[in-house]
Design a binder for this molecule. Structure first.
Ligand SMILES: Nc1ncnc2c1ncn2[C@@H]1O[C@H](COP(=O)(O)OP(=O)(O)OP(=O)(O)O)[C@@H](O)[C@H]1O
Length: 601
């Protein structure tokens, strides 16, 4: 090994302009001698010949850029001269010199192109042998044998090309790789996992469930079920959602259990069925794909989380071919750690900057002073004019009811959804909101994740979100699928401890926030945890809620009327009085507002 060889080894991977530093190289005795050239020719010629046997040598324009090649790393420095010398030696004729790119170089160029494509899409990947992202639906058909029926279903949905997460997750999952996918809200994660799974299931096999998709809420499970049904049209697959565990028990009788291929459900319902005595009515031993949507939410521990349920589902998926896919808009180190430990050859895909709000949402913070100020600010937004549908987030179901009562007389088609409402009421409210019969929907955290209401233009955080993660999901109900959206967040002094983390999320997604907010003291980890589980104490939404006032006035009037009747007849009993009062109250409630009667609050 001469000095030049040592120099090449030491500078491997570095760009070095040999021409420019020719003098210096001579001084320190690092020069290419004729012998060096000759020896490297032999090595590379053999290498080239081996490669020619595998691949047809290509002549490419890229290789004609000598400077570029000269500045390249070790292997390529000698390659240019090798090719030229090798070419003329082999032929001995004046024919045009054929420039051949070595396999190594081809791979490097290809990798550069792939990196460029990933950078452009904001994709970062972790894992070994991650396949290249695709560009188009046609790519998926040609390179990954995606079913044309599926592509036609995608086109029927109005999708013209895959989104960034789909471009990377589809080829990965089609190779059967386990995956942790993290991409902004509204970026098409649902289709990112549904498409490869449906493609791999192919058609019905009457083996029972082969794919299980878990979602944290019933509303999200229903939405995923609908999308799955739409995308699987024409494939013959049967998709099922557990909406009622008792009905499900009947449905999964020994005869019918095998007819379904895909199950969409919340973890609680599934675990309830799995834990039925003796023989569970549901069998997951043939499951090939288990998807955990909103994975960071499902991985949360404690009473609110679903860790135990997830563990029970994993245990029930006993098939040898089980693969898992976890998706969420927000990233959690716990989930990442779990994936690295438990998944086989996992690949992690992230789109954009982790844990930032969607950049298509214009975000504002509005200081309201106190609770009365919030009501005024809300009315001001509505007075200035707004384009329905609008989502308004509050921190508890009690506050949802209170705000509903406050707004019901404002000539706004308003409704509320929260855990105290029945399943039927919740379904009806969601349908009415989708059909634009309800303009303003007041909701709790229940609707913060995953729900895809088309065309929501405005999200109002009436109550400040309890964490940055909650903020990201809430504001992500607008600005979906590259549509522009707007999010307004009210705050009072009670929200100051949370302010910095939300301001930071806004700042990271390109929004303007005052410097002083970013300079606020950072909350400690345990403080943050406490804040996210314990809501700040807030006064009533309105000191004298109009609805309550009207109720009281009516009751007073009715009592007076009843008293007068009693005095006139001298026979009315207190019981009769109460009944009359009840009927009167009900009828006046109906008169007060058609909406109120419909919503049966
Ligand atoms: N390739 C595509 N082209 C155009 N629109 C798409 C594409 N894929 C999905 N969409 C649409 O984008 C919207 C958001 O998709 P989806 O609900 O899957 O988002 P998400 O990433 O799961 O969001 P979240 O994190 O809030 O759950 C949906 O209306 C969906 O129909």
């Amino acid at each position: 090994m001469n000095s030049y060889d040592i120099f090449r080894k030491l500078t491997r991977g570095m760009k070095f302009d040999h021409n420019r530093f020719k003098g210096d190289l001579k001084k320190i005795g690092v020069c290419k001698t004729k012998d060096d050239d000759q020896s490297s020719v032999t090595v590379n010629e053999t290498k080239e010949k081996e490669e020619e046997a595998v691949d047809e040598p290509e002549s490419t324009e890229e290789n004609s850029d000598e400077d570029d090649v000269e500045e390249d790393e070790e292997g390529q420095v000698s390659m240019l001269s090798d090719i030229q010398i090798g070419g003329s030696e082999a032929t001995g004729k004046k024919e045009k010199k054929k420039k051949v790119i070595s396999k190594e170089k081809q791979l490097r160029i290809h990798q550069q192109e792939v990196n460029h494509q990933r950078n452009k899409l904001g994709i970062s990947v972790w894992g070994t042998d991650v396949p290249d992202p695709v560009e188009t639906f046609d790519d998926m058909i040609v390179k990954h044998k995606l079913s044309e029926v599926l592509v036609s279903n995608l086109l029927n949905q109005g999708y013209s090309e895959p989104t960034a997460i789909q471009k990377q997750a589809w080829p990965l999952m089609l190779q059967g790789r386990e995956i942790l996918g993290c991409a902004p809200t509204g970026s098409g994660k649902t289709a990112a996992f549904l498409v490869p799974i449906l493609n791999q299931l192919g058609g019905p096999q009457r083996k029972g469930f082969r794919a299980v998709i878990l979602a944290p809420t019933r509303e999200l499970a229903k939405q995923t079920y609908r999308e799955c049904t739409r995308l699987s049209e024409g494939l013959g697959l049967r998709v099922h959602i557990i909406s009622n565990v008792n009905k499900a028990k009947e449905k999964f009788g020994p005869k019918s259990a095998k007819k379904f291929d895909v199950l969409v459900t919340t973890p609680n319902r599934l675990v309830f069925l799995l834990q039925e005595d003796d023989t569970p009515p549901i069998d997951l031993s043939n499951v090939e794909w288990l998807v955990v949507d909103e994975s960071d939410r499902l991985f949360e521990g404690g009473a609110r989380g679903f860790r135990d349920q997830l563990a029970a589902v994993y245990r029930a998926c006993t098939g040898p071919n089980i693969r898992r896919a976890l998706f969420s808009a927000t990233f959690s180190h716990d989930v990442q750690h779990w994936c690295k430990l438990n998944l086989n050859n996992v690949a992690m895909v992230t789109v954009g900057i982790r844990n930032t709000a969607c950049e298509d949402v214009k975000q504002e913070l509005v200081f309201c002073g106190n609770e009365t100020g919030k009501v005024l600010a809300l009315r001001e937004i509505f007075r200035k004019g707004y384009e329905p549908p609008v989502l308004v987030f509050v921190q508890t179901k009690e506050r949802a009811k209170e705000l509903f009562k406050e707004l019901i007389y404002d000539n706004i088609m308003v409704d509320a959804i929260h855990a105290d409402r029945t399943q039927l009421q919740r379904d009806n409210v969601v349908r009415a909101f989708r059909e634009r019969k309800v303009w303003v929907l007041i909701c709790t955290e229940l609707m913060a994740r995953g729900i895809d209401f088309k065309g929501v233009n405005l999200v109002i955080n009436y109550d400040f979100p309890p964490s940055a993660i909650s903020y990201i999901h809430r504001v992500g109900r607008t600005g979906r699928a590259h549509h522009q959206g707007r999010a307004v967040t009210f705050w009072t002094m009670a929200d100051k401890p949370y302010l910095r983390s939300i301001a930071l999320v806004m700042h990271n997604s390109g929004q303007h926030v005052p410097e002083w907010m970013l300079a606020l003291k950072k909350a400690r980890k345990n403080e943050k945890k406490k804040l996210s589980t314990k809501h700040p104490e807030r006064g009533h939404i309105s000191q004298g809620v109009l609805y309550e006032k009207l109720q009281k006035r009516k009751m007073k009037q009715m009592k007076g009327k009843s008293k007068r009747l009693k005095m006139m007849n001298g026979e009315a009993t207190p019981k009769g009085e109460e009944e009359t009062a009840g009927i009167y109250l009900l009828s006046t409630r109906c008169e007060i507002s058609e909406q109120l009667a419909r919503l049966a609050f």
